[in-house]
Design a protein around this ligand. Structure first.
Ligand code: UD1
Length: 362
C-alpha cells in the first residue's frame, strides 16, 4: 500500500511511518510542521533505509492541500494531524475546533474526489469521558462529561467520519482510541519532542531525569486509587504504531472502532519509580493540587483489538521508560530546539540549535 500519513512528522506519525516502511509499504507524509519535525522523517529514512515522500501543507486550507497533493497518489490515509494540548484547547477553543475539524473535512473531500476509501483515524480514550467501568470497552458511552475542546474535537471527528462513511458505503474506516502513548523507538533516534513545557507525564519525568527541569508536580494524591495518584494505561508508541498497520490490514467496508491500550494501569508514583529504575537518576517530585479535568483511573479493555485486529501490546511500561530514557538522554533537547548561548558580553547572543547550526546572531 501507498499510505498518506497526515501529521506524519509528529510523535505517533513518525513511529507509524517507520513500521509501515519496515513492512514494505510506501509512505507519503503531509504535515505543516507546526508541531512535527522534518528531522524525525530524516531519521526514519536513516533507520529504515527507505525514503519518505514529504509534502508540507496545512490541511485546513482545502484548496492549497488539493493542489499540493494533486500529483501524489495513495491508497489509504492515516489521519494523525491535529492540535493536542488539552489545556491550550480550553484557552483557544476556536483555533482547536477549526484546526481539528477543518483538516478532517479537507481530507474527506479529497478522499471522495479521488475515490480513496480507506481511512484510519487517531481518536482518543478521552471520548469516553469519566469511565463507568474499571476497564473501558468500545461499547462504553462516548461524549458524556467531556471537559475540553480537544476531547470534543475527537468526539466530533468520530461522528463526522462515521457520517461520511454512511454516505459513501465503499469507505473502510477504523477509529482508533488511543490510551496514553509513551516511549520511543529503541534506537533512541526518534521519540516524543513536545514544544515548551510538557503537559503529559512521561515527557515531563524524562526531562526531570535528564536535568532539564527541577521536579515533577504530582497532580493530586487523594484519588480513589491504590496510592492516591492517577492511574493510566500507558502504551508503548511502537505497539501503537503496529496497531495502525494492523488496522490498515484489517479495514473493510463500514466503520470499526478499537481501543489501543494495554489493559494495565500504572499510577503516577509507579511511573516515577519505574523511570528512576531504568535511568538510574532521581526524579524529585512534590505533591500538588489536582489538575482540573483529570480523572482517577482510565484503563482500556483491549480485547476487541486482540480478537479482530490480531494485535496486542508486547512491550511493558518498563520497556517504554527504558526507550524514552534512551531517546531523552541521546537527545536532551529533542530534535534540536533553539538554545541561547551567551558569547562574551551578554549583548552578543547567538541562537543556535544544539547540533551547532547557527541560525541567527544578534
Ligand atoms: C491527557 C489528556 C487526554 C489526551 C492525553 C494524550 C487530560 C484530562 N487528558 O491524558 O485527553 O488524549 O493526555 O496523551 O488532560 N500528571 C502529573 N504531573 C504532570 C503531568 C501529569 O501528576 O506533570 C498525572 C496526571 O494527573 C494523570 C497522569 O499523570 O494522572 C497522566 O497525565 P497525562 O500524561 O497528562 O495524560 P492524561 O491526563 O491521562
Amino acid at each position: 500500500m501507498r499510505v498518506l500519513l497526515t501529521g506524519g512528522a509528529g510523535y505517533i506519525g513518525s513511529h507509524t511511518a517507520l513500521v509501515l516502511l519496515e513492512q514494505g509499504h510506501d509512505v507519503v507524509v503531509v504535515d505543516d510542521l507546526s508541531n512535527g519535525n522534518r528531522i524525525a522523517l530524516d531519521r526514519v529514512e536513516e533507520l529504515t533505509g527507505r525514503s519518505v515522500t514529504f509534502v508540507q501543507a496545512d490541511l485546513t486550507n482545502t484548496t492549497a492541500t488539493r493542489v499540493t497533493l494533486a500529483n501524489t497518489n495513495f491508497d489509504a490515509v492515516v489521519h494523525f494531524a491535529g492540535l493536542k494540548a488539552v489545556g491550550e484547547s480550553v484557552e483557544q477553543p476556536v483555533r482547536y475546533y477549526r484546526t481539528n475539524l477543518a483538516s478532517t473535512l479537507t481530507l474527506l473531500d479529497i478522499m471522495a474526489e479521488r475515490q480513496i476509501n480507506t481511512l484510519v483515524f487517531s481518536s482518543s480514550a478521552t471520548v469516553y469521558g469519566e469511565p463507568q467501568t474499571p476497564l473501558v470497552a468500545e461499547t462504553h458511552h462516548t461524549g458524556v462529561g467531556l471537559t475540553n475542546p480537544y476531547g470534543w474535537s475527537k468526539y466530533m471527528n468520530e461522528q463526522i467520519i462515521t457520517d461520511a462513511a454512511v454516505a459513501r458505503p465503499d469507505m473502510s474506516v477504523v477509529l482508533l482510541r488511543y490510551f496514553n502513548p509513551v516511549g520511543a523507538h529503541p534506537s533512541g533516534r526518534i521519540g516524543e519532542d513536545p514544544a515548551g513545557i510538557p503537559n503529559n507525564l512521561l515527557p515531563f519525568i524524562a526531562q526531570v531525569a535528564v536535568g532539564r527541569r527541577d521536579k515533577l508536580s504530582v497532580f493530586g494524591d487523594d484519588y480513589d486509587t491504590p496510592d492516591g495518584t492517577g492511574v493510566r494505561d500507558y502504551i508503548h508508541v511502537m505497539d501503537l504504531a503496529e496497531g495502525h498497520v494492523a488496522a490498515l490490514n484489517y479495514a473493510s467496508c463500514g466503520v470499526q472502532t478499537y481501543n489501543l491500550g494495554s489493559g494495565v494501569g500504572t499510577s503516577v508514583l509507579e511511573a516515577v519509580r519505574a523511570f528512576e529504575a531504568v535511568s538510574n537518576r532521581p526524579v524529585p517530585y512534590q505533591i500538588s493540587p489536582r489538575r482540573s479535568g483529570d480523572l482517577a483511573t482510565v484503563v482500556a479493555d483491549p480485547r476487541l483489538a486482540q480478537e479482530k485486529l490480531k494485535w496486542q501490546t508486547t512491550r511493558t511500561f518498563a520497556d517504554a521508560c527504558r526507550d524514552a530514557w534512551n531517546w531523552q538522554s541521546q537527545n536532551p533537547a529533542g530534535y534540536g530546539e533553539t538554545v541561547r548561548v551567551v558569547i562574551g558580553s551578554p549583548a552578543a547572543t547567538v541562537e543556535r540549535t544544539l547540533d551547532d547550526k547557527a541560525i541567527s546572531t544578534r
